[in-house]
Design a protein around this ligand. Structure first.
Ligand code: HEC
Length: 275
């Protein structure tokens, strides 16, 4: 399944190659270049910059929530990596969101203040890897997950708090304006769904977009039609509670949410359907 997703995410990439080549051959290169440099200035391609990301140290992560054991990595303090993003120096930390972009479309994000006030690291090598290799893979039920090329972890606990993200198979980090995300997703006209909005941001936005903002591992949930318009409410809630009850080999995990939390999230999705 993971493989299939990877392939899918490569198709647009491959499809882009010829056209970007074409643009380079045309004389009207200017606008493309501006766009590219703008994008570059708020993000860092970790794979491309691997050699210059910074000095790695050996760290120990107790109770790593991804590997479910204590792990040792070679890792670079994440703060040092973020500082290499050109826009970093001009951004206000309290208004900035860090978006972790994984190869398969999983895009979790965290407020920059939260990242820099924790002991976050960019792991570049697993000490348990075989000689000559950087990473081991991870067996999750029937699936084999690829941890390479990079993994975000913390040495100050944080494993039990779902607002701290531990993405693996990470390829890029971007900084975005938190207010842009809030403008697209915050329920401005209904206080009663604010709680659902917070839960959605923590548990769903990593994989799903709403109005184009968010992860791409799962489908967009609001555009052009909201899932609340074509799923019966009872089924929608039961699916979120346990996706495997609805589809074999489903790629959405059981998130272990409480019934009340699911009600709040679906309340928020129904509100967003009208926005
Ligand atoms: C780890 C990634 C991930 C997370 C987190 C996640 N989903 Fe999903 N979701 C998926 C994927 C992948 C699918 C496609 C399911 C499949 O395999 O058919 C999906 C499918 C869905 C669907 C069905 C869409 C359709 O029309 O078929 C709904 C509804 C949904 N997710 C809601 C949610 C909600 C609400 C949350 C948060 C509580 C959430 N998901 C969290 C990955 C995720």
């Amino acid at each position: 399944m993971q493989r299939a997703l990877l392939l899918l995410s490569f198709i647009p990439f491959l499809a882009c190659q010829p056209s970007s080549k074409n643009t380079q051959e045309k004389p009207s290169v200017d606008s493309t270049q501006t766009l590219v440099s703008e994008l570059d200035s708020t993000s860092i391609d970790l794979v491309e910059k691997k050699a210059t990301l910074g000095k790695a140290e050996t760290i120990t992560v107790t109770n790593d929530p991804v590997f479910h054991k204590t792990k040792t990595f070679e890792a670079i303090p994440l703060g040092n990596v973020l500082k290499q993003i050109p826009a970093y120096a001009h951004l206000k930390p309290e208004e900035t969101q860090v978006v972790f972009e994984c190869e398969d479309g999983y895009n979790p994000s965290m407020p920059l203040t939260k990242v820099i006030s924790s002991k976050a690291y960019l792991a570049i090598r697993d000490k348990d890897a075989a000689a000559g290799e950087d990473w081991t893979t991870l067996q999750k039920g029937p699936e084999t997950k690829k941890i390479a090329p990079f993994y975000i972890c913390y040495t100050d606990g944080r494993g039990n708090d779902p607002t701290y993200k531990w993405p693996y198979n990470l390829v890029k980090i971007s900084l975005t304006s938190a207010s842009k995300e809030t403008a697209a997703l915050f329920p401005k006209h209904d206080d009663s769904v604010v709680k659902g909005y917070g839960l959605f941001k923590t548990h769903c936005l990593t994989c799903h977009a709403l109005n184009g903002v968010g992860g791409t591992l799962g489908p967009e949930l609001n555009r052009p039609k909201s899932v609340t318009e074509y799923w019966k409410t009872g089924d929608l809630k039961a699916f979120i509670a346990n996706p495997e009850r609805y589809r074999d080999r489903v790629k959405m995990p059981n998130l272990g949410l409480k019934k009340k939390e699911i009600d709040e999230i679906v309340g928020y999705l129904s509100y967003m359907a009208k926005q």
